[in-house]
Design a protein around this ligand. Structure first.
Ligand code: SF4
Ligand code: SF4
Length: 104
């Protein structure tokens, strides 16, 4: 499992650096974030959710049936819209209200 960071979208806000529980994300001299050891990422998606610029995507590997699709998320208030981009160019969206978490 791993993430990919789009340098063009990254504004160097450090939100991903702060939330990564493994301290895996660093900021370069160009003020862009990067992950040094991708293999160490265990896919918690905290950085994906924290990034305000949707610069981080999470790869859905073949091992979990993702076949190379990637996942990004956009947050508006408590609503999170997860977007799954599939290799054939199609996109699927799932909306979740984070205020519903742990309700049931
Ligand atoms: S997915 Fe989790 S473990 Fe991987 S880089 Fe992001 S915050 Fe760190
Ligand atoms: S949270 Fe997003 S914009 Fe901020 S440093 Fe990380 S990748 Fe860049």
């Amino acid at each position: 499992m791993s993430i990919k960071i789009d340098e063009n979208r990254c504004v160097g806000c450090r939100a991903c650096v702060e939330v990564c529980p493994g301290n895996l994300i660093k900021i370069s001299e160009k003020n862009k974030s990067f992950i040094k050891h991708e293999r160490d990422c265990w896919g918690c998606t905290s950085c994906v959710k924290a990034c305000p610029k949707q610069a981080i995507s999470f790869f859905l590997g073949a091992d979990i049936g993702g076949r190379g699709a990637s996942l990004t998320v956009e947050s508006h208030g408590t609503i999170r819209t997860w977007k799954i981009s599939i290799n054939d160019g199609s996109v699927q969206e799932i909306q979740v209200d984070s205020s519903d978490a742990n309700k049931y």
